[in-house]
Design a protein around this ligand. Structure first.
Ligand code: MOS
Length: 707
């Protein structure tokens, strides 16, 4: 029957998602399932001296209590210490809320009750969770996060005609997707393990488990068909997932762990806090002569984390002199992890705020200032960009938001008690492509099945892949199935760094090309017309199906180009004169990310990035109480994410021109650029509205009204 409700732009999994048919890891019904609940450290730093689990073990329904005291078998963890943290193989406490024991019972409620009976004794030592204080403390440990970079003369801004130097602060942000983290693990006979995971990479989860338990990868089946939001936190197999596998092996039962919302703040990563100083120098007529970017990022004492905070500064503007330095500062907190636009989103807040400040210092329109310093070639690598249409993006975005209504003098537009301002910022992210394999099975019933062990954390991977195949094969989208999230399928990288469409999409392209050429050969051999339908060709040859598996990767041509996706975000804000409340009243985001393969899901990506950007700009901040080394707002009542009332209509525009170099589709990734730069656009708009420059996120009313 014809499906009246589907057009080719719709998500292939849309109906499954909105009807609840899509199954997420925690929903799998595994016979004999048991439930794990974590006991977490109540001190911030020190040593566990004893764990009294007698009462918990005797509580109804309890099957076991796992901890350092019984070290459930994990051969890869036998040497203690080192990174990553080896759960239940260390008696050290590195951060508050660290998992120190897991109680497993026949029901979740019984496990929860029994976990409350576990008594842990500690020996406390002094701790430090205060990142900002450590940045300023010259005796605090600082590690080089990336080698220092110098192009031309270091600190050249100091001799420029017009100079500016400012400090920009970002707090900890947490991913907090709707779906809580966790895993179901089922360690079966002959060391065959099945897990239902929340992961951005089924192959990487498989490899990590193989490594910790010293069993062959082929023994481990990882399933993760649907993921309820990742944003980077599920790019790593966390200690609590290892603990779940350990528990299943130890108890010979399937075990499910789903962590609580407050545990989402402590044990599965966050966007690290950052402290950045930017110096910019320019000539009076607006040519940048020097940029210096010094960044400090938060890390943990027990495990290091670095990201590309200063990357964009090296090539975004055409300055003969650029120097960057990036350090990480370890404190006694859980280790950070990538979070959407990792590094660049942090760096862009500082750089794009400073660029705006310089435009005002020069009395120039910030768009004009950017255009004047836009490099033709990548100045860091001294080679062309594979494609870059940022000036066109400036133009169409400016027109859409009504940039001509903006006044360069702050505080010029007033509507009752509201002051109105406009801001702009650019974003950029690496558009590199990895290596992936895809199997294609073309069937005589007119359908095409594609398989790859990639993931979909929400952007609509299956939809994009089906569209690529549909156009090449001339098969309707509803006759194409793309299977993912299964480690037994042909290998593909984790979904991260905005690379899936380019990486896996290229393999889909290549497998379709291979299938088509086989069909053409079969047609020729059976004296059929070269344009014959594949169904007829297969039938004529008595073949129920043909299949091909192709591995695909970037060719050498890309070596001579810099591969980046770009974006530009325009916002209009209203700032209340008396309360300092900031409302984002209009948004126009423009993506310069090559050819758009899937218009509807691409637009959704940009909308999601803008909503995340509103949170980053105005509300999101995970706050430590440094007296106790604990979060003070580890819940959705106190950690504020944008709600519908905070989000205006979002206009999304795309350049939509194919990149000639990057891949056969000409499409560049866009998950990260949707967010990168957005928070600076808001800060810049607040300045334009009020004349108040807020250099620390989030831009809360106290900062807007403060001195
Ligand atoms: Mo993204 S931070 O690469 O999931």
């Amino acid at each position: 029957m014809e499906n009246l409700y589907f057009d080719e732009n719709d998500r292939v999994d849309g109906v499954a998602k909105v009807t609840g048919k899509a199954t997420y890891f925690a929903e799998y019904q595994v016979p004999g399932l048991t439930y794990g609940v974590l006991v977490t450290s109540t001190i911030t730093k020190g040593k566990i001296t004893a764990i009294d689990s007698k009462a918990a073990s005797n509580a109804p329904g309890v099957l076991g209590v796992l901890s350092y005291w019984n070290k459930p078998s994990a051969p890869g963890y036998e040497q203690s210490g080192g990174s990553p943290m080896k759960i239940f193989y260390t008696d050290q406490v590195f951060f508050n809320g660290q998992p120190v024991a897991m109680v497993v019972a026949d029901t979740f409620e019984r496990a929860t009750y029994a976990a409350s009976l576990v008594k842990v004794s500690y020996e406390k030592v002094a701790f430090n969770t205060d990142f900002e204080k450590s940045v300023k403390d010259s005796s605090a440990k600082k590690l080089q996060g990336q080698p220092p970079y110098v192009r031309g003369i270091a600190d050249a801004f100091k001799t420029a005609e017009v100079q500016l130097e400012q400090t920009y602060i970002l707090p900890i942000e947490t991913h907090n997707p709707m779906e809580l983290h966790g895993m179901i693990a089922d360690w079966g006979v002959n060391d065959k393990v099945t897990v239902w995971a929340k992961t951005q990479g089924v192959k990487s989860t498989q490899a990590t488990i193989a490594n910790v338990f010293k069993i062959p990868q082929e023994n481990i089946q990882v399933n993760s068909e649907f993921v309820g939001g990742g944003f980077g936190m599920a790019l790593k197999t966390w200690p609590v997932e290892i603990a779940t596998v350990m528990a299943s092996k130890h108890l010979k039962r399937p075990v499910k762990l789903v962590i609580t919302r407050d545990q989402m703040f402590t044990m599965v990563g966050n966007r690290p806090a950052a402290h950045q100083k930017i110096g910019i120098g320019a000539t009076k007529d607006g040519k940048i002569t020097g940029i210096t970017h010094t960044a400090f990022g938060q890390s943990a004492t027990y495990e290091n984390f670095t990201e590309g905070v200063v990357n964009m500064t090296k090539f975004m503007y055409d300055s003969p002199n650029v120097n960057t330095n990036y350090y990480v500062v370890p404190v006694d907190t859980g280790v950070p992890i990538w979070m959407r636009g990792p590094g660049e989103a942090t760096g862009a807040f500082a750089l794009e705020s400073a660029i705006d400040e310089m435009a005002y210092a020069l009395n120039m329109d910030p768009l004009e200032f950017r255009a004047k310093n836009d490099p033709e070639k990548d100045p860091a690598q001294n080679r062309p960009f594979s494609s870059k249409y940022i000036k066109e993006a400036y133009k169409i975005g400016a027109e859409k938001i009504g940039w001509s209504n903006r006044k360069n003098k702050p505080g010029s537009i007033i509507d009752g008690k509201w002051q109105i301002g406009y801001g702009v910022s650019v974003g950029v992210f690496n558009a590199g492509r990895g290596r992936a394999s895809v199997k294609g099975i073309l069937k005589a019933d007119g359908t095409l099945l594609l398989q790859s062990a990639t993931s979909d954390i929400g952007p609509g991977t299956g939809t994009g892949m089906a569209l690529i195949a549909s156009r090449l094969m001339n098969i309707p989208v509803d006759k194409i199935t793309f299977e993912l999230g299964d480690s037994s399928l042909p290998p593909a990288p984790s979904q991260g760094g905005s690379a899936t469409l380019s990486t896996v999409g290229s393999a889909v392209n290549d497998v379709c090309v291979a299938l088509k050429s086989t069909i053409a050969e079969l047609a020729a051999n059976s004296n059929m017309d070269a344009t014959s339908n594949f169904v007829d060709v297969l039938k004529k040859n008595n073949l129920p199906m043909i299949e091909k598996t192709i591995q695909s990767q970037q060719g050498a041509e890309a070596k001579n180009y810099s591969l980046y996706s770009f974006s530009i975000h325009f916002v209009q804000v209203k700032v209340h004169q008396l309360t300092g409340v900031v409302k984002v009243s209009k948004i126009v985001s423009v993506g310069d990310s090559g050819k758009i393969v899937s218009p509807k899901t691409a637009r959704s990506q940009m909308i999601g990035g803008a909503v995340g950007g509103i949170g980053m700009a105005l509300t999101e901040e995970a706050i430590y109480d440094h007296r106790y080394g604990r979060y003070a707002n580890n819940n959705f009542a106190d950690y504020h994410v944008p709600v519908h009332a905070d989000v205006p209509e979002i206009e999304v525009l795309f350049i939509d021109k194919p990149d000639p170099i990057i891949n056969p589709m000409g499409a560049k990734g866009m998950g990260e650029i949707a967010l990168i730069g957005f928070s600076a656009a808001v800060a810049n708009a607040v300045f334009n509205a009020m004349g108040k420059r807020v250099r620390s996120l989030p831009i809360t009313p106290d900062k807007v009204l403060g001195a």
